[in-house]
Write a protein that binds this ligand. Structure first.
Ligand code: GLV
Ligand code: MN
Ligand code: MN
Length: 423
């Protein structure tokens, strides 16, 4: 069997360039936020590309574009659990052209490569472009994969957005019935295996000069909002030792968050992404301030400890400064290890193709983290140039994407022939 990925990578290059034209030009870089007009239009393109590759396509109740390549067994009436692959095509604001997109277009190219090689799988192969993986104005990520995995909740639908409507209302406006989205679950043990191809979004593969990353675990994420209330005073007349400055307290909290990430003995990072101050004048000591921050790690014990330490440090800082504070944990997502048996298959497929691979953790969140509710799950990473991602400079060489697609296709073929996968 020879799996050839379109030697000139014509499909991948043209499809990546084509999708990149569906962009909101009012922002820098590439911006295709979930539920936006460019996003809606781009998904027709994805659906058409799936059809051209021979898949039956529908939009499911969770707003996912789902392509199905029938396998020999189901064509003969037998019931085998399907293989599944995919990712997302929404971007962060001012983002890039590869995050998620490589996993969707790469999956379609993997299907094409099977066809070129004359391989019909026994099992159905399902390719999914999941609805909205990136966090949105409602503060929720992975809407489509949560819906399919049965972990989208009524509480999520009630989340308020910055534009004054709830997530449920926004989904309805987009054409996704929120109540049906809650009932879209495939259930546990419903897929034979889920494999997601993705760019690394960090520098490890490039630094090691390695083409393929076999993901060990997807980081857990804990997000917090801390608000500080001090006292508004005249910025010229109030001595430095007589202030209750909410913003300097918030700044100290930002540094406490950073310190936690810097001190992590395992994979762990900590980021404050937003700070707000009120009333926001040069000449008034700030009365109110808020920070929005997150902690991430593939190590659950560190994450739990970091949550406690950050909360304690922020409380101590506020007390020292005479500022009152309130800390709210907004979301938490546990770290998710990938399935060891699938890692072995990806590593073996890479070695068979003469490619070097290494085990890497994923600091980024992925739809795959939810797919674990449906069966065994693993991920393949390809290098990000300079480790850059979530910015316009995000780039992965076509040659590296092609190698990732070859590994994806070869892994799917191996898994098709594997009867049981150890959990
Ligand atoms: C998604 O890309 C995330 O990791 O936040
Ligand atoms: Mn992504
Ligand atoms: Mn992303």
């Amino acid at each position: 069997m020879t799996l050839t990925i379109d030697p000139d990578a014509l499909f991948l290059e043209s499809a990546l360039a084509d999708l990149a034209t569906y962009t909101d030009d009012s922002f820098d870089g590439w911006t295709r936020e979930v539920l936006s007009d460019p996003y809606r239009a781009s998904r027709d393109v994805v659906a058409n590309r799936m059809r051209q590759a021979g898949m039956e396509v529908h939009i499911d109740a969770g707003g996912n574009v789902v392509g199905r390549l029938p396998g020999r067994a189901s064509a003969a009436g037998a019931k085998l659990k399907p293989l599944m692959t995919g990712s997302h095509t929404d971007t962060v604001r001012n983002g890039g052209r590869f995050d998620g997109i490589v996993g969707v277009l790469g999956a379609i190219e993997a299907v094409e490569s099977l066809r070129r090689a004359g391989i019909q799988l026994e099992r159905d192969l399902v390719v999914v472009d999941f609805l909205g993986e990136e966090p949105n104005e409602f503060g929720i990520s992975c809407m489509g994969s949560r819906s399919m995995a049965g972990v989208l909740t009524p509480g999520h639908l009630d989340l308020p957005g910055t534009s004054g409507i709830t997530l449920g209302q926004a989904l309805a406006r987009y054409g996704v019935d929120p109540n049906r989205a809650l009932q879209n679950s495939w259930g546990p043990d419903s897929v034979h295996a889920y494999i997601e191809l993705h760019i690394e979004q960090g520098p490890m593969l490039e630094r090691a000069g390695t083409q393929i990353g076999v993901v060990t675990a997807i980081a857990g994420i804990d997000r917090l909002m801390a608000s500080f209330t001090g006292r508004a005073d005249h910025a010229g007349a109030t001595p430095m030792d007589a202030r209750q400055d909410a913003l300097t307290c918030a700044a100290a909290a930002v540094l406490a968050v950073e310190r936690e990430g810097c001190g992590a003995p395992v994979h762990g990072v900590a980021t404050t992404g937003r700070i707000e101050a009120f009333p926001g004048s040069f000449n008034v000591v700030p009365q109110e301030a808020r920070i929005y921050a997150e902690l991430r790690s593939t190590d659950a014990a560190w994450l739990n400890g970091a949550k406690r330490r950050v909360a304690e440090e922020i409380a101590a800082e506020a007390e020292r400064r005479g500022v009152s504070q309130m800390l709210e944990w907004l979301t938490d997502q546990d770290p998710v290890p990938t399935t060891p048996a699938l890692r072995d298959h990806i590593a073996a497929a890479s070695s068979d193709l003469g490619l070097e691979w290494m085990a890497v953790p994923s600091g980024a969140g992925h739809d795959a983290a939810h797919m674990v509710h449906m069966g065994p799950m693993a991920m393949i990473f390809v290098p990000s140039v300079g480790g850059r991602s979530h910015c316009p400079e995000e780039f992965t060489d076509t040659g590296d994407i092609v190698e990732g697609v070859r590994v994806l296709a070869a892994t799917l073929v191996r898994l098709d022939r594997t009867e049981t996968i150890a959990p």
